[in-house]
Design a protein around this ligand. Structure first.
Ligand code: DCP
Ligand code: MG
Length: 426
């Protein structure tokens, strides 16, 4: 019985140490996995910047740290096991010798001695195991905690919403002093933005990179919740709609086109909740100026897109995602820089298709070219999350000192110079 307290004390001490060591070890393993994963998915970047040696060194360093932490963990285990055995072994040795002398002196009988030895041998192993279980529990607890961190994440509520509309939205959108900060952010990326558009109108967002254009449109499908002000859709606060309903009503051509490793047909059909004929798919692809490309593949629409769509060019991918959105036929359309990866000629033909698509739909257009935004009913010029100019193309052009006018002048000058170049070359 005397050894139980020290064994417990040793076990608890090691329990704490091993917990910490195992946490460190697991965290380092995560760092190493991230390094590895980034190197694998970003292998082109690594090669293009000739950073192999740097990345190798980084991996070696992370790997070395993992090794050190693993070694410390093993050290803790390798100290605990013998230490507990030494305490227990010393107790047995001392007990047996002392009892042996007592038996020789005749203070206890040989029978008592044998009974005592048997009892100690029976008891010592459970005590020994108790310590081990305590120490091993620590690694289990750490793993459990890490697992719980993930499983306890709140799930996005898709269905909830105070209003349950039955039909499609009309598409009237009003922003009232809306501001927004990312949950991990330090400052508002959208500040006090207000505007109003009627159903079927189009609104263009223009602004330098990082000015908050994508963040603003991502509020509409409730990818993020705005942190200040009000957004009204058909006069109802956006938060009162369910996310599922909003996302059914909104079609987005995202800034970074993403295709699944499935056939082109499946990619175009993605998110379309109704039966669609081959003719409809082809009409959408034609409108997005991508039908001819698809038809030129031996397998046509059944061509499987490689991992993340590597077999298609950037512009082709973008056009497939446009076809997907055309087919979805949403009431609200968001085009986030959707013609940035195509040449001017294709852009013109896509714009024609998009113009057709934009009719009777509330449309958000994000673009960098004045040509793409000039026909919008309302143009917002953003800078660092604020609206610095607001109005129609003509109104904004008339503001000679404004940003819009500046962008317009630069872009027309470039176009004119280009035309002169071409004329001279001919
Ligand atoms: N930001 C952030 N967390 C995210 C996305 C963006 O903190 N998940 C920050 C980076 C920028 C600001 O928000 O400082 C605005 O980013 P946007 O993507 O909204 O910027 P734009 O769409 O206007 O830029 P671009 O023209 O480059 O697409
Ligand atoms: Mg953007």
């Amino acid at each position: 019985m005397v050894v139980i307290p020290p064994i417990l004390w040793i076990s608890l001490w090691f329990f704490k140490k091993v917990t910490k060591a195992y946490e460190d070890y697991q965290a380092q393993e995560a760092v190493l996995s991230t390094t590895l994963q980034e190197n694998l998915t970003g292998v082109r970047v690594v090669k293009a910047f000739a950073r192999q040696d740097y990345e190798k060194e980084k991996f070696d360093k992370d790997n070395w740290l993992k090794y050190i932490k693993g070694k410390f963990l093993l050290l803790m285990h390798s100290l605990f096991w013998p230490l507990s055995d030494i305490v227990l072994g010393a107790q047995m040795l001392f007990g047996f010798i002392y009892a042996a002398f007592m038996a020789i002196d005749g203070r206890i009988s040989v029978g008592d001695y044998v009974a005592y030895v048997g009892l100690v041998v029976w008891l010592i192993f459970p005590i020994r195991n108790l310590g081990r279980v305590i120490v091993q529990t620590s690694t289990g607890m750490v793993s459990y905690q890490r697992l719980m961190d993930i499983t306890k994440q709140a799930r996005e509520d898709l269905d909830g919403g105070a209003v349950q509309p039955t039909g499609p939205v009309r598409g009237e959108i009003e922003f009232r002093n809306v501001s927004f900060m990312y949950s991990d952010g330090t400052h508002d990326v959208i500040k006090d933005i207000s505007f109003h558009i009627k159903p079927g109108q189009s609104i263009a967002l223009l602004g330098s990179t990082g000015s908050g254009k994508t963040s603003l449109v991502n509020l509409l499908p409730r990818f993020h919740e705005y942190t200040g002000g009000q957004i009204l859709l058909d006069g109802v606060e956006l938060r009162d709609y369910s996310r599922k309903y909003l996302r059914e009503q909104i079609g987005i051509v995202q800034q970074e086109p993403f295709l699944f490793s499935r056939s082109i047909r499946e990619n175009i059909l993605y998110g379309v909740g109704r039966r669609v004929t081959q003719e409809e798919i082809e009409a959408a692809a034609k409108a997005a100026a991508v039908h001819d490309v698809i038809a030129s593949f031996p397998d046509g629409y059944n061509t499987v897109v490689g991992e993340k769509g590597v077999t298609l060019s950037g512009g082709q991918k973008q056009r497939v995602t446009i076809a997907r959105t055309i087919l979805k036929n949403p009431k609200i359309l968001i085009l986030d820089d959707s013609t940035s990866a195509v040449d001017t000629e294709t852009e013109a033909s896509i714009r024609k298709a998009l113009d057709d698509l934009m009719e009777h739909r509330t449309t958000f257009i994000i673009a960098h070219r004045i040509q793409s935004v000039m026909r919008a009913d309302l143009i917002l010029v953003l800078d660092k999350g604020r609206v610095i100019q607001k109005g129609s193309h003509e109104e904004l052009l008339a503001q000679f000192s404004g940003m819009y006018r500046k962008i317009y002048d630069i872009q027309t000058r470039i176009d004119e110079e280009l035309e002169m170049e071409i004329a001279r070359a001919n």
